[in-house]
Design a protein around this ligand. Structure first.
Ligand code: ADP
Length: 238
């Protein structure tokens, strides 16, 4: 069931589902740009331009930036040449209005939307995220359980004292999960009703490479070229 339309992979995953890791693996596999609206907004803030000024306060307060603003950013991004063979969307759409707008954009620009939904058990998410530590200097992430630093509390790379990110504290994690449910589940239902293909992956126990293979298999079933490379063990390099 191949098709010549470039895939627009819409990556959904709750906080702690490993969405960022999978976005990077998918980018290599499909040779398609990873489009993160969060990253785009942060670079506008760094540049100090109009978009940056309009979003800075909202982001700092943990609020969503306006739909019109992010829709416009994505619309412009999709027209760039590197998107011609496909895109991986991360952090967009986040509201129903964005979800509808994206469907219009993909139709206009000749993309075929496909949802990849990483689901995890929330109890495991809380355990995983609250055990996460980060180096404040180089940004490296550690997990107390699965990927601890060589010396407790100290970054392997630069010796800095590791910290718990403000938004990885348990009460905040629970709030982020509630917000994800209330905003994202309606989008999944909307896309399901609109007939958008959906790859459902259980991202709880498996390793990142195993999850990448499940995603590759699911995308391959929907005719996405290149996705099969993920299916043979050890083929996903970092
Ligand atoms: P996180 O996954 O931790 O929420 P992101 O990098 O995706 O981080 O987003 C950071 C912030 O940027 C969000 O809290 C929000 O304020 C803003 N943002 C990113 N994407 C969107 C979007 N699609 N719609 C509205 N605001 C967004």
């Amino acid at each position: 069931m191949g098709t010549s339309l470039a895939p627009a992979i819409i990556l959904f995953g709750s906080p702690g589902s490993g969405k960022g890791t999978q976005a990077k693996l998918l980018r290599q596999l499909l040779r398609a740009p990873h489009i993160s609206t969060g990253d785009m907004l942060r670079s506008h803030i760094e540049a100090g331009d109009e978009v940056g000024r309009a979003s800075q306060q909202l982001i700092r307060a943990g609020k969503l930036v306006s739909d019109d603003l992010v829709n416009e950013l994505v619309k412009e991004r999709l027209r760039q040449a590197d998107c011609c063979s496909g895109i991986i969307l991360d952090g967009y759409p986040r509201t129903l209005k964005q979800a509808k707008s994206l469907l219009e954009m993909t139709a206009e620009n000749g993309f075929r939307p496909i949802v990849v939904h990483l689901s995890v058990d929330y109890a495991k998410t809380v355990a995983r995220l609250s055990g996460r530590r980060q180096c404040p200097v180089c940004g490296t992430l550690y997990s107390l359980k699965t990927n601890p630093p060589k010396v407790a509390g100290i970054c392997d790379l630069d010796g800095a004292a590791l910290i718990t990110r403000e938004d990885d504290r348990e009460a905040v994690i629970r709030e982020r999960l509630r917000e994800y449910d209330s905003l994202t589940l309606p989008i999944l239902n909307f896309y399901r009703k609109a007939g958008v293909p959906m790859v459902e992956v259980s991202a709880g126990e498996a390793s990142p490479d195993q999850i990448a293979r499940q995603i590759g298999q699911g995308l391959n079933d929907f005719g996405v070229a290149g996705a099969m490379d993920a299916v043979s063990p050890g083929s996903v390099s970092r």
